[in-house]
Ligand binder design. Sequence first.
Ligand code: FE2
Length: 313
Amino acid sequence: MATLAHPAQDFTVLPQLPADVFTAPLKKPAHVGEDWVEPAQTAYTSEDHRIWDDLFTRQMKVLPGRAASAFMAGLERLDLGRGGVPEFGRLSEDLGALTGWSVVPVPMLIPDHVFFWHLANRRFPAGNFIRTRETFDYIQEPDVFHDVFGHVPMLTDPVFADYMQEYGRAGWKAMRYNRLKALGALYWYTVEFGLIEEAPGDIRAYGAGILSGPTEVVYATSAESPNRIMLNVDRVMRTDYVISDLQPTYFVIESFEDLYRQTVERDFDRLYRSLAPGFTYANSAVIDVDNVLNRGTQEYLLRGGRGSMAKPV
Ligand SMILES: [Fe+2]
């Protein structure tokens, strides 16, 4: 468990942040406590439930053969396609029996240190609201479909579930070193946009940002534009990322055991001390040390990306 988290940190209660640690100033709504957990999940309308069902159906047309086997197994074990937005209580019971995780409803944005604390205690904070028909195809803020459909199935995988907990524990150290951006890049390129090579040439997606939309799952696994590079934690934590468009680069793992090992075995104190405050590498860069699986053409990016209506080829 090397140095990812501070060994003496107690996560049973929300740890106090040292005064010199900066966190984004978010105003806590009056109805939530220090844990930022909503008193109850939203009461969804029948149209909300229909939107979930339609999103589910759309994803199931593109995911088989492209989503990681662990994700597909998780979807099935949690029966997320039984109809309507899943009830978090029932979901937490099923998930708890498998890996000890639960799902708790939170407002759209919660402070980093509270987010990390929930993960460290195997609670996944999920947004309550669901998108509308108007924003059916693309929303930038994570809704309940992204959070539950995209993230929760992977929490049924025991090794990935451990990785997520370690990530939460790691957040506190990153805050003390003022290197949250770097740790955020690791989350981005694994939990949100990670790929896994399940067999030689068989590239699947396990990242929730890919799996909760119809376009990126095809683009990430089979388009010619993006780079696909084997994951190297030091390199990833120095790499910039875009939040509003398809990724120019994806990082690929061999297995979840490999991801877990690469992360928890790093000397994070040394890493944080050696990192520049900003990112070193552009998100489309390929560098000398990279173990490149496919070097992308970057055609999509060069044609202007989403803003120019470029085709995701
Ligand atoms: Fe997410």
